[in-house]
Design a protein around this ligand. Structure first.
Ligand SMILES: Nc1ncnc2c1ncn2[C@@H]1O[C@H](COP(=O)(O)OP(=O)(O)OP(=O)(O)O)[C@@H](O)[C@H]1O
Length: 304
């Protein structure tokens, strides 16, 4: 796996389209779809997804950004050049009640091309895709200072991508089913498979969930500061549990090899139930829910 993408990329510099590559490994080991009754997916590669958030303004000028994590900046592809997301090499990062999240290489076809690992969140089961859409809107509304800087509060957002019409132009493989129920099962598996990659959220990979029992007081205070910053910016996370706080070695200003857990870096994730003034909420509700969230945080995570 290449190093993680950790650089803030302004919305207008994100690729407008992504070509997604999948294979049997992804279907069986990540999607856990075994019940094919002798049939195989033959996917016409690649599957094309287009950016929904941040929206692509028609005729907008595209800038260039620094995707290497160091200066000078690298050219970001123009509108005609899709990035490539390689789910054939995906590693599972975590499973929630509404999603699966994998780490996978994303290649920007700049010159020279840049290949970095990103967290890819997919709605599983598909019925929870509205939560993923809400989360995308919240990430899109986050100001840069919550995602970037010395002590970022949330992962960096690399876009929300949805299928274009060609996404469903597939070959469905050999016809191995011999009865209606097998046929139905297979169709259902196929639909699950298609739906799970029909919309994806790309985020900075930020470590693993915290273990609250072993958290030192100073680290609990760091997390309390993150929550305060989030609320001061008029956002509410909406399900503040330990599984939604990630930890990784820090400080982030150091090269990866020099970071340690003594100076851990924390991030708040999972905004499927998130609230924001600009997206889905009134000022009064944000204030009220933020107050309640701080009280939950004190109780559940023993944070001050
Ligand atoms: N940006 C990320 N970097 C690293 N791991 C992540 C990231 N986002 C999610 N994960 C992993 O995936 C798991 C599930 O993610 P998330 O909490 O967003 O899913 P969910 O289905 O919305 O969760 P919930 O069960 O709280 O509704 C997390 O607990 C974490 O282990």
């Amino acid at each position: 796996m290449p190093p993680n993408l950790e650089t803030f990329i302004p919305g207008e510099c994100l690729p407008d389209a992504i070509d997604v590559y999948i294979d049997d490994n992804f279907i069986h080991n990540i999607c856990k779809l075994y019940s094919m009754h002798g049939k195989q997916f033959t996917v016409r590669q690649p599957i094309k997804l287009v950016r929904q958030y941040p929206p692509c303004p028609p005729g907008s000028e595209r800038g260039s950004g620094d995707v290497n994590g160091s200066k000078p900046s690298v050219d970001i592809p123009d509108c005609d050049c899709p990035a490539q997301l390689d789910l054939r090499h995906a590693e599972l990062l975590g499973v929630g009640h509404h999603s699966k999240v994998v780490l996978a290489p994303l290649t920007f076809p700049s010159a020279p091309s840049v290949r970095r690992a990103v967290a890819v969140k997919m709605s599983v089961p598909f019925s929870s895709h509205e939560m993923l859409l809400n989360e995308a809107k919240i990430y899109n509304a986050f100001p840069r200072n919550l995602q970037d800087g010395d002590a970022p509060t949330v992962p960096k957002f690399y876009g929300y991508y949805v299928h274009s019409t060609e996404a469903f132009d597939w070959d469905y493989g050999n016809n191995g089913g011999d009865n209606c129920s097998a046929e139905d099962d297979w169709k259902e598996s196929r639909t699950d498979m298609l739906n799970s990659i029909a919309s994806i959220l790309l985020l900075e990979a930020c470590g693993k969930p915290v273990q609250t029992e072993s958290l030192a007081l100073s680290h609990r205070e760091d997390i309390a500061k993150l929550l305060k910053r989030l609320h001061e910016a008029n956002f509410v996370q909406g399900s503040f549990y330990a599984r939604n706080i990630l930890v990784q070695p820090g400080p982030l200003i150091l090269p990866y090899a020099e970071r340690t857990y003594t100076e851990s870096s924390y991030r708040i994730i999972d905004f499927g139930r998130g609230l924001s003034l600009d997206v889905n909420s009134s000022y009064r509700r944000v204030i009220c829910d933020a107050e309640e969230e701080r009280s939950c945080a004190r109780e559940r995570l023993l944070i001050p």
